[in-house]
Design a protein around this ligand. Structure first.
Ligand code: EPU
Length: 444
């Protein structure tokens, strides 16, 4: 079964939504609990699919995971960590990308890891070569098996020097989760420094890890033999916050995003201001609103932090369809993150995709046949249509386009959106959106 939304567009979204812990931190902090020799407590945990997947994977490996029914806080106790059967692990094949991050912690706690084939959004090839290279540098042996990979480290993991060819978020986390209990010092250059990574470092430091971050993308980790537990409140989800901000712009609405944190969203805030969005920034959240009149076009490229985050790109493109003039967006993180624009074009948007790097700096996808630049001409009225959700951020973007459009849209496959947006249909309801939700049988 999969959900279908029937959306009657044209109603400005108004009201308040709360964002809780970041999807791109919480599951990783849960994985870190496996490195400790005592229980850990994680607060501000959202109800999203990746949390369910990691809960199940931890439980399969003998970790007790208890959820406080009142607060949703998770207590994870790794005291009885054990080997899990590959068949059981395999039931999570294709669910998420997080399992690859279990490698280091499982090797430290039980000596080996079996990782199922990964899932996640189809926004490019999303290889795991950096992860495997990193693990091999630590001394791990990687064997391909049916349905996944097995990783072992007969001599334990040893600290090493690693340089990442690109500041990959996941590969940086792989290094952190493997190095903290490795024997000796690890020096990582070319690291990603997203706020979610800094928060993961805070988690590990609470557990007893010794990690320093330099301003030149170098992270130095002094391995320690043992780690304890942690008590940590996850940083709020800046990607969800930015998505609701764009929803306010696209529908000419006014949304107070409780939990939106200015410090983690500086680049988004600058961009939102440049295209003419209205904001009131407070300590506990940010009010994002459409101030009336036309939005302004923009030239922008996505980048690793502190640049404009790729996960903000898709909802922002919907807002740019309503700006008066020509905008250019150059996607430099993923080679294939503009597939969602097909549906926007069917709704009436003026968007052309190009293979060339249309930003100020050529990126690694130039001359390689990837349509990774978009030229958006606006403003164009949007009309309701049928949409099948392609991926998490693309799906949210389609939904806000449908909410802004004239007429009725049907949106299928909305379960994908629940992977990263906690209770999004209740939030939409609270914002005054006009929609119905039905369960729909998928033919397979
Ligand atoms: N890459 C490789 N080889 C690797 C790993 C990455 O070539 O082994 C490439 C990727 O193909 C991509 C680039 O490096 O072109 C960046 O990928 P990265 O490793 O940084 O991404 P990730 O860790 O897989 C996380 C988030 C993504 C977010 C990116 C970039 C999680 C679970 N996912 O993915 O979030 O877009 O970092 O910030 O943390 C989303 O939330 O919708 C989402 C896709």
């Amino acid at each position: 079964m999969s959900g279908v939304l029937t959306v009657r567009g044209g109603v400005p979204l108004k009201g308040r939504v709360q964002v809780r812990g970041a999807k791109n931190l919480v599951p990783k902090a849960m994985v870190a609990a496996l490195l400790g020799n005592e229980p850990s407590v994680l607060r501000n945990v959202p109800e999203i699919k990746d949390v369910e997947v990691v809960t199940s994977l931890l439980q399969l490996h003998g970790v007790t995971v208890v959820k406080d029914p009142q607060t949703g806080d998770l207590t994870m106790d790794p005291a009885n960590a054990k080997t899990a059967s590959s068949a059981e692990i395999n039931t999570h094949a294709g669910d998420s990308r997080i399992p690859i991050l279990l490698c280091g912690p499982l090797i430290h706690s039980i000596g080996h890891a079996f990782i199922p084939d990964l899932g996640g959004c189809k926004i490019g090839d999303r290889p795991i070569d950096y992860h495997l290279d990193v693990l091999r540098k630590f001394g791990a042996v990687v064997d391909k098996e049916a349905g996944g990979i097995r990783i072992s480290a007969p001599g334990g993991l040893k600290g090493t020097k690693i340089h990442l060819p690109y500041p990959s978020v996941g590969a940086t986390e792989q290094v952190l989760l493997s190095a903290t209990r490795a024997d000796g010092i690890t020096e990582l250059t070319g690291a990603a420094t997203e706020p979610e990574i800094v928060d993961l470092i805070a988690v590990l430091q609470k557990m007893g890890a010794i990690i320093s971050v330099q301003t030149d993308r170098t992270i130095r980790i002094e391995g320690v033999r043992e780690l304890g537990g942690y008590v940590h409140t996850a940083l709020p989800d800046r990607n969800e916050a930015a998505s609701w901000a764009c929803a306010a712009l696209v529908t000419r609405g006014d949304i107070y995003v409780q939990g939106a944190c200015q410090r983690d969203m500086m680049t988004f805030v600058n961009t939102f201001r440049k295209i003419g969005g209205g904001m009131d920034i407070n300590d506990d959240g940010i009010r994002f609103y459409h101030p009336g009149g036309d939005l302004k076009p923009l030239v922008l490229e996505t980048d690793v932090h502190p640049g404009f985050m790729t996960d903000w790109q898709q909802p922002l493109v919907v807002a740019l369809t309503q700006a008066g003039g020509v905008s250019i967006v150059h996607e430099t993180v993923y080679e294939n993150r503009f597939g969602f624009t097909d549906a926007l074009v069917r709704m009436g948007a003026g968007i052309q995709l190009h293979r060339e790097c249309l930003g100020s700096v050529p990126c690694r996808f130039g001359q390689r046949n990837f349509t990774h630049s978009a030229v958006i001409s606006g403003p164009t009225p949007l009309k309701g249509t049928h949409i099948d959700v392609p991926d998490l951020r693309g799906g949210f973007s389609h939904m806000i386009a449908a909410l802004a459009a004239e007429g009725t849209s049907t949106v299928t496959g909305i379960d994908v959106i629940s992977r990263g947006y906690e209770r999004f249909t209740s939030k939409l309801d609270g914002l005054g959106a006009d929609f119905d939700i039905a369960k729909h049988k998928v033919m397979v």
